[in-house]
Design a protein around this ligand. Structure first.
Ligand SMILES: [Co+2]
Length: 426
């Protein structure tokens, strides 16, 4: 999920050196546990449609399945029964021994730190497996609704939290709504009930979804296009995001990261129908820090040059995301809202609309401050809730995140990855 540039940015810094690393989104590691043909379907854009469509049934093995199914339905906790998830995806640098030093206090810090890293690693593994499946299976001709539900059913299954019982979704599952933003629309679009939009051959679609375990949200996104004319646009955003991840580290100023991102992004141009367009960084979209149960912790990572002196600090988790555009490089609210989140600082006000009261209770129990969309309320059995939902927005309890779009006719691309900031020195 993207942060908008108007967010308040505060807090100072302290500490020291070093670097973070995550795996390049463009070269996802092969999943050794996946013996299906999907392992070779990394890049849907280059697939021809000759593949037979047949539904594979989950394999049944004595003692539980050890391989992922297609679509993914096996909880990753079954695939990693010892609870040790791969470190590479989220933080291959993390040397747990580093934290095991002297005092009791530090040992306590170590344990809690390790718990939270384990939760992140589990979420990252869920995201990686679902992403790999999605990249192989999303095709033009599918509706956005079936694409979103395919991703969401998979994430819920792999986290082991179907999210239908009260409070289950807050333990694990979708970290926020599945963003499926097309062409000039850059972020925060997901279908509402009844949406009949079909993905087209010439579309550029940003797929932005989150998996969470105990509120530790893994926020990662990629862009799909099926026509190679957009290759440079996608390459620009991918390069810009990788640049941001490389630049991130303890004590680094976020404004400097923005400058490096912009330089990478704007070194590309795209030719569409004989006309050349420079790729621009979308200046009012940002990366952001993530805190438990909250997708935006309060810091922003600009994607253009900025005088923002805010520093990254050790232990913080950042979603580095960049957006390139052939349009103005500026987004505004457009289209019907689908994304919402309860504010962490929600005022305690008397609600006169009774449907708002029951809706707020549902939101608090199932999402807390995690972003949700209208479809998530539908599947919990809520009906005719729009008046109540709008009342919660007007009361300042829930924040609406409308789709963010550049000018009509333009194309936008996004890549995003989570990058923890840790001191890796021994
Ligand atoms: Co994000």
């Amino acid at each position: 999920m993207a942060a908008q540039a108007t967010e308040d940015v505060a807090r100072l810094s302290q500490s020291i050196k070093n670097q973070t690393k995550t795996v390049d989104q463009s070269t996802p590691a092969i999943n050794e546990n996946d013996d299906s043909e999907d392992a070779n379907e990394e890049d849907a854009g280059n697939q021809n449609a000759s593949k037979k469509k047949k539904k594979r049934k989950p394999k049944k093995k004595k003692g539980g399945s050890k391989t992922q199914t297609s679509p993914p339905r096996v909880p990753v906790s079954n695939l990693f029964p010892n609870g040790q998830y791969p470190e590479g995806e989220l933080c291959d640098y993390a040397n747990d021994n580093h934290f095991r030093t002297t005092s009791e206090e530090k040992r306590h810090l170590d344990r809690s730190n390790n718990d939270f890293l384990q939760e992140y690693r589990q979420g990252a593994e869920v995201h990686r497996q679902v992403r790999q499946w999605a990249q192989g299976h999303i095709k033009p001709g599918q509706t956005l609704t079936e694409i979103a539900e395919g991703i969401e059913d998979s994430v819920r299954a792999l986290t082991g939290h179907p999210g239908l019982e009260e409070g289950d979704n807050i333990k694990g599952g979708m970290g926020f709504p599945t963003g499926l933003s097309i062409n000039h629309c850059a972020a925060h679009y997901t279908p509402n009930a009844g949406n009949k939009v079909v993905l087209q051959q010439d579309d550029v679609m940003k797929v932005d979804f989150g998996a969470h375990i105990n509120g530790r949200i893994v926020d990662s996104a990629f862009t799909m296009a099926f026509n190679p004319v957009y290759d440079n646009l996608l390459a620009a955003a991918k390069d810009a995001t990788n640049t941001g991840i490389r630049e991130a580290g303890i004590d680094v100023r976020v404004g400097d990261i923005g400058a490096a991102i912009q330089e990478a992004m704007e070194s590309y141009e795209v030719e569409l129908s004989g006309q050349t367009y420079p790729v621009k960084s979308i200046k009012n979209l940002n990366g952001h820090d993530i805190i438990q149960h909250s997708i935006h912790g309060g810091k922003s990572i600009p994607i253009v040059k900025s005088s923002d002196q805010t520093k990254m600090e050790e232990g913080e988790i950042f979603a580095i995301e960049t957006f390139g555009s052939t349009g103005k490089g500026y987004v505004r609210d457009d289209l019907e809202t689908s994304h919402y989140a309860k504010r962490a600082d929600a005022p305690n006000v008397a609600l006169r609309v009774s449907s708002a009261r029951s809706l707020l209770s549902t939101i608090t129990k199932n999402f807390g401050t995690l972003p949700f969309c209208r479809r998530y309320l539908d599947r919990l059995g809520h009906e005719k809730y729009l008046l109540g939902l709008n009342n919660l927005v007007q009361s300042g309890i829930v924040e609406a995140y409308p789709p963010l779009c550049d000018i009509k006719g333009s194309y936008t691309a996004q890549f995003e990855h989570v990058s923890p900031v840790m001191d890796q020195a021994a």
